[in-house]
Design a protein around this ligand. Sequence first.
Ligand SMILES: Nc1ncnc2c1ncn2[C@@H]1O[C@H](COP(=O)(O)OP(=O)(O)OP(=O)(O)O)[C@@H](O)[C@H]1O
Ligand code: SF4
Ligand SMILES: [Mg+2]
Length: 336
Amino acid sequence: MTNHNQYDGSLLEVDGLCVDYGVGKLPMRAIDNISFELKAGEAVALVGESGSGKTTTAMAIAGLLSPNAHISGGAVRYRGERLPIDDDAAMRPHRWSETSVIFQGAMNALNPVHRISKQIAEPCMLKLGMSRRLATERAEELLKLVGISSDRGSAYPHELSGGMRQRVMIAMALACRPSIVIADEPTTALDVINQAQIMKLLEELRSNLNLAIILITHDLSVVAESCDRVMIMYAGRIVEDGTVAEIFSRPKHPYTRLLIESIPNPSSGKRLIQPIPGDPPNLANRPSGCAFRSRCPSAMAVCAAQVPALDQHGLGRVACHLHQCPSVEEEVTVHG
Ligand SMILES: Nc1ncnc2c1ncn2[C@@H]1O[C@H](COP(=O)(O)OP(=O)(O)OP(=O)(O)O)[C@@H](O)[C@H]1O
Ligand code: SF4
Ligand SMILES: [Mg+2]
């Protein structure tokens, strides 16, 4: 067992993580060789189109994969200690108290017949063994922490706005004082004002509680102000990883560049998201070489033959042949 006070390495290390779905002859590889580190208090965004493996990565780290998922490789370490992510019972003491998850779409999953204070108090009793009185006090404290006055604790979910319900979900995620919160699309169902308020709340919690945050989103525009680093996922792999400043000003992977170009920019008259032409590959029948090649404006012969490795590039990492053969390397600039 690691002594938490003495450990000064990364808070979380994800090392070559692979997850397959399906228990048949042809399991589908949903995430493939995912590796990254997260420091205490760091905010990292995981960005990619639908189906790129963001939620699977989160669930694998938190030990919450569905029964038809299989961890087929890799390891996850928390403060240097390997987590038993494929063993439900052994994961129990780690879950929620080290890493907790704000689930995708969860604000609509609050129990409609229970008051919100009761729904927050419940996990405190179950997971922290608190008495009902202490758990109710803790629920009030958590509501205050997320900006809801304690007298609203007696409300039922339908009496709260979407933004307030999402705050309740954040309060529940903080119940066991985790040091990592994974927020899976926390603002998707909200209007622009509530989106901004939830992002501000996550930032405040991060700085007040020294929380590390993994923010999952398909929308690059929400990460610019709230994250330190961005990891871009495509077809189950990380294709680029860098600081927010590097990713936005000098994207190296063609997919990252197209994602940035797709962001609406009213000052240039571009008001709607410009979708990237083409579709992601079928993961059950992965193409040879680079999975992005059918949509890539820079694809070359080598891209069909070899899977590009995720190599260190300056302070970041990129998986693209443009950046692996010096003869063809070119600076990828942002247009528009
Ligand atoms: N329980 C499951 N059983 C079988 N396949 C699954 C399951 N969950 C996800 N998948 C598949 O795994 C791949 C990755 O899915 P995942 O939900 O991790 O993507 P995502 O990036 O979170 O997408 P989204 O942005 O739509 O939430 C997809 O092809 C998806 O269809
Ligand atoms: S490896 Fe080739 S196909 Fe893939 S992103 Fe780079 S240039 Fe495009
Ligand atoms: Mg998802």
